[in-house]
Design a protein around this ligand. Structure first.
Ligand code: PSV
Ligand code: MN
Ligand code: MN
Length: 393
């Protein structure tokens, strides 16, 4: 790496020091595909052990101080006790993810179901998730609906939108002053014909009607191949409606692979939008969350790698020479503008990140340090009969 100007170096290091990535409890449990859930040794047997694993990721990365929960996968009797347990281990509880997709009752939809009894059941779960947020101190409720239809004519598209909007309004009214709801979209799966929240436009329209506490969350794996995700980021940022990300990688469908593994350039382009809008810092209110499953690879190690991948993309985005870029854009110098961006992308930022970790009092090699720590050997011996994350459970 060519020597960075001292002012650039300290600006980039300061931004990286403040960056936060939220891990997901379900990434530590067993997972698989709809064909097979693969069991690994040493996986958590309960939500407390998932939190211990998340705390281990934070211990070696220094930038992952919160872990998201998924209800009921992480159901416990006492959520305040779970939050206290997390705090003791140096992490906090992050977003509460609702689950209205794993119940026979939801075959024809949850909050969009034609049956009022089932809609009420789904709504009760969403409200219970806000009760849990009160106990855990979580700010964000993440909503993803598997609702949709398989056949033309199966149900009225407009009536389903009305039912959705009614449920969202009821949840919105239940939110406290410091709480938000993040509405997630996904263009396909599990419904085949209509998906009730298929795209950012639908999510945006609902959030706009609801008010400031409703924001859109972008799951990077939930788009058709070739979708320009950074464009969606830019549009939502302009509208003040970007609440956060579920980061992961996809090659084909909702693969939930490690973020930055399939397309590191896409992740860089997304982070460029974030950096240029100056919304990287936690106070900007954008949640950078991981939503991944590690079916084949060692889980804790994979989450550490994922956090590092986000840091690398961010560091490169922070290295874009904003003045040179603006000048080239203003002059209509297409190739120079592209060069400025690519220059930053091609920079090897690993030495800079090693320095960042040294500054934070961490080992410069988080994966190596984790492997040497003996954590995995300890949990492997202690935890016999770990659970599935929820998928395929
Ligand atoms: C749906 O595919 C999704 O991305 C939602 O965020 C769910 O809550 C999550 O996956 C579970 O992994
Ligand atoms: Mn997601
Ligand atoms: Mn997904």
């Amino acid at each position: 790496m060519t020597e960075l100007a001292p002012s650039t170096r300290s600006r980039v290091l300061a931004a990286l020091r403040d960056q936060r990535v939220e891990t997901a409890s379900w990434a530590f449990g067993n997972s698989g595909t709809r064909f097979k859930v693969f069991a690994q040794e040493g996986v958590p047997r309960d939500p407390f052990e998932k939190i211990s694993d998340a705390a281990t990721v934070h211990r070696f990365t220094g930038v992952a101080p919160t872990v998201a929960l998924h209800i009921p996968w992480d159901k416990v009797d006492d959520y305040a006790a779970l939050a206290a347990f997390a705090k003791e281990r140096g992490v906090g509880l992050g977003a509460i993810n609702s689950n209205v997709f794993q119940d026979d009752d939801y075959k024809l939809g949850s909050v969009t179901n034609p049956d009022a009894r089932i809609r009420a059941k789904a709504l009760a779960h969403l409200v219970e998730c806000v009760d849990i947020m009160d106990a855990t101190g979580s700010r964000d409720l993440k909503l993803w609906f598997s609702d949709g239809t398989n056949y033309p004519g199966q149900d009225s598209i407009r009536n389903r939108q009305d039912r959705l909007s009614e449920a969202l309004a009821a949840v919105y009214d239940r939110l406290g002053d410091d709480q938000r709801m993040l509405l997630e979209y996904k263009f396909f799966e599990p419904a085949f014909y209509v998906t009730d929240v298929p795209d950012w436009g639908t999510a945006y329209a609902h959030c706009l009607t609801l008010g400031d506490k409703a924001q859109v969350v972008i799951d990077t794996g939930h788009h058709a191949p070739g979708t320009n995700i950074e464009f969606i980021v830019a549009i939502l940022l302009r509208a003040g409606k970007l609440g956060g990300f579920d980061f992961n990688s996809r090659f084909y469908a909702d693969d939930d692979l490690m973020v930055g593994a399939a397309d590191p350039f896409q992740l860089f382009r997304i982070m460029c939008e974030i950096v240029s809008a100056d919304v990287l810092k936690p106070e900007a209110g954008i949640a950078f969350m991981l939503d991944q499953c590690h079916n084949l690879e060692p889980k804790i190690q994979a989450v550490i790698r994922s956090v590092m991948n986000v840091q690398e993309a961010t560091a490169k985005a922070l290295l874009v020479d904003a003045d040179a870029l603006a000048a080239a854009q203003q002059n209509g110098d297409v190739l120079e503008a592209n060069d400025v961006l690519m220059d930053a992308y091609h920079t090897d930022v690993r030495p800079l990140l090693r320095d960042l970790r040294a500054d934070l009092g961490l080992d410069s090699d988080p994966v190596g340090a984790y492997k040497r720590s003996g954590y995995y050997e300890t949990v492997k011996a202690e935890r016999v009969g770990g659970n599935a994350a929820g998928w395929g459970a």
